[in-house]
Design a protein around this ligand. Structure first.
Ligand SMILES: *Cc1c(COP(=O)(O)O)cnc(C)c1O
Length: 380
């Protein structure tokens, strides 16, 4: 057996060793003031994120899935509407569309970035219309932390009379042509699930927008459709607030987030140097900065699973995001997809492997990952 400690995919303990005392003190402040619902930390976090993401309004909420639902409901998406969604993503991106009784229509990804392929989006819009649906929106997912092709997608949305929603659950903190995620689409949603680049210690999320009217609607929808007063119900809403405790945790984590993003980029650079002659490493588009929610390589020719097993035997954790594209999932197989099919999504599902990635991954551990990959590929 190896004398080295296991290398985990993500290491929240390392972060906790750094800021644990500050987080504990922040949690204690909430325990002492006792305003567990919509306490002062919630508004403070929203203000801090508005500055960080260059968005006029941040409406925090219960999780990233509810953020998507709130955004779709604020735009009155409903029965008969179609929303274009990539098939190669976490289920929530399409689930939210189905939850508001609209139809997800699946589009393919660009094999280089894993993000929406604009040609396939146009195909999916035509497919939706041919099926008698009314395409109203495109959900661009910034997969693995890299922003999607917002210039092209914004143009398509404008030409076709649709609006663009950025599912930034994995990309908060990333940049696109010097603009932060949160300022790239009329509506952006975020998740603070613990494993996301900016995560809390439970569930959390947010919707970001520059539009005042939409923000007011979102604030109403997240608290039972309230009007001017808590017991004044002017629409059917939901209970979708962010806990004060989670806001307090996030305020502390946000302080070190810029440094953590830099560290993640150093880890990614080191992987690229060590691996690019060996496997297909992820590409970052000119003008984009990723937050590296995942560092995802491609292992072709059916060798992915044996490679993962080889790493597991050396106590190196890996993960497959995502083993099955959504259009192949039982819950989603009856929704329409682009007429050209989704070959890049299917190919990616068979090849992707995410390696350990977090801001506290030291060079020695990374060298072990690289060496293990080298050995496995030489012997298999
Ligand atoms: C995590 C994630 C979500 C959902 O976020 P939750 O906070 O877990 O509800 C949505 N979309 C994508 C792309 C995600 O990765």
């Amino acid at each position: 057996m190896t004398a080295h400690p296991p290398i985990r995919l993500n290491d929240l303990d390392a972060q906790r060793r750094r800021i644990g005392d500050a987080v504990d003190a922040a949690v204690k402040r909430v325990m002492d003031h006792g305003q567990f619902i919509m306490g002062p930390e919630v508004a403070a976090l929203e203000t801090a994120l508005e500055a960080f993401c260059d968005a006029r309004h941040v409406v925090s909420c219960s999780n990233g899935t509810d953020a998507l639902v709130l955004a779709l409901r604020a735009k009155s998406v409903g029965p008969g509407d179609a929303v274009i969604v990539p098939s190669f993503t976490f289920a929530a991106s399409a689930e939210a569309v189905a939850l508001v009784s609209a139809s997800p229509v699946f589009a393919d990804i660009d094999p280089g970035t894993f993000n929406l392929d604009p040609d396939s989006v146009e195909d999916a819009i035509r497919t939706a219309r041919a099926a008698g649906l009314r395409p109203v929106a495109i959900i661009a997912v910034d997969l693995f932390g890299q922003p999607a092709d917002y210039r092209t997608l914004t143009q398509i949305a404008e030409d076709q009379g649709l609006w663009l929603l950025a599912d930034a659950a994995q990309s908060l903190g990333a940049r696109y042509h010097n603009r932060p995620v949160g300022s790239l689409a009329p509506l952006t949603t975020a998740s603070f699930f613990p494993a996301k680049p900016l995560g809390c210690y439970g569930d959390g999320g947010a919707v970001l927008t520059d539009d005042e009217e939409t923000a007011t609607l979102l604030r109403s929808l997240r608290v039972h459709g309230k009007g001017d007063h808590k017991y004044d119900n002017v629409r059917i809403g939901q209970n979708a607030r962010l806990d004060t405790l989670q806001a307090a945790v996030l305020l502390e984590k946000l302080k070190i987030f810029p440094e953590e993003i830099e560290a993640r980029n150093r880890v990614a650079d080191r992987y690229r140097l060590g691996l690019s002659d060996l496997v297909e490493t992820p590409s970052v588009v000119e003008g984009c900065q990723s937050v590296w929610a995942q560092y995802t390589i491609r292992v072709p020719d059916g060798r992915r699973d044996s490679l993962a097993a080889h790493l597991a035997a050396r106590e190196i954790s890996t993960a497959i995001y995502y083993p099955k594209p959504l259009h192949r999932q039982k819950a989603y197989e009856n929704y329409p997809m682009a007429s050209g099919g989704l070959p890049a999504s299917e190919k990616a599902a068979g090849e992707v492997l995410s390696l350990p990635m977090h801001p506290y991954l030291d060079a020695e551990s990374q060298d072990r990952v690289v060496e293990a990959l080298r050995d496995a590929l030489a012997t298999s």
